[in-house]
Write a protein that binds this ligand. Structure first.
Ligand SMILES: NC(=O)c1ccc[n+]([C@@H]2O[C@H](COP(=O)([O-])OP(=O)(O)OC[C@H]3O[C@@H](n4cnc5c(N)ncnc54)[C@H](OP(=O)(O)O)[C@@H]3O)[C@@H](O)[C@H]2O)c1
Length: 217
């Protein structure tokens, strides 16, 4: 499959590109700056396409079968960018995916996307953006998979996770998970039909990623 990675220059995005190199899939990295192109090529991207989520980036979907959305405005920008990237950028990606007959849309969401009112004042706009973009995906005609990790760190891959399909009874947003493991989960979901139209939470655990994904009903 030809896989478009949106947010490919990000910390998770780069791990996704590296992971895709070990699969039969072809990786297309969407980045917003010319100076990011060579590094993504070096990491293993088969194609690199320039595009900005605040503009029209529909050209990036040409020849693409599946999409991983791993972009985000980050913690150092204001609520305006949270709205424009995490919410509106994701909404546009879903629309382009629908227009392009994309087979599978994989969304990197967050464990704190559900109970917005329980979030800190600082996190509330982000939680709203993720909550509503997830909802927009769920209401679309796409075959999607929504992955909700808690806070991520840059430790080496653990390779083992715990996965739940229900809500935060287990306080998933209190538990760390490595970006490498999150990237592995996102790549492993690609094209797996039993994961279509499913959402789940992940944290570090005792099951192999493949085994944990097998449990999704
Ligand atoms: N941090 C956590 O603990 C946590 C937990 C759960 C879920 N998440 C979600 O995971 C996502 C990825 O995390 P991360 O650590 O990889 O974040 P990151 O390193 O900040 O990566 C985000 C990527 O989005 C790209 N981006 C932002 N605005 C863009 C635009 N207008 N057009 C195109 N690309 C744009 C950035 O591009 P540049 O490289 O050009 O800046 C960057 O490459 C987060 O955004 C968040 O939604 C995070």
């Amino acid at each position: 499959m030809n896989v478009l990675v949106i947010g490919a220059n990000g910390q998770v995005g780069k791990e996704i590109i590296k992971k895709l190199k070990d699969t039969k899939h072809n990786a297309t990295a969407l980045v917003r700056k010319e100076e990011q192109v060579q590094e993504l090529r070096n990491l293993g991207a088969d194609h690199v396409v320039l595009g900005d989520l605040e503009e029209d980036f529909s050209h990036a979907f040409k020849g693409i079968d599946s999409v991983i959305f791993a972009a985000g405005s980050g913690g150092s920008t204001g609520v305006d960018k949270t709205l424009l990237i995490d919410l509106w950028g994701a909404k546009k990606a879903v629309d382009y995916a629908n227009q392009s007959d994309i087979k599978h849309f994989v969304q990197l969401s967050a464990a704190d996307s559900l109970d917005v009112d329980d979030e800190s004042e600082k996190m509330k706009p982000y939680a709203v953006a993720k909550n509503m973009s997830d909802y927009y995906i769920e209401q679309s005609n796409l075959d999607y998979t929504i992955v909700r990790p808690g806070p991520m760190n840059n430790d080496n891959a653990n390779g083992k996770i715990e996965l739940h399909q229900t809500t935060r009874q287990d306080h998933f947003n209190d538990y760390l998970i490595t970006r490498q493991d999150v990237a592995h989960v996102l790549v492993e979901t690609l094209g797996k039909e039993h994961l279509f139209k499913k959402s789940f939470y992940i944290k570090q655990g005792d099951s192999s990623i493949v085994d944990a994904l097998e449990t999704v009903k």
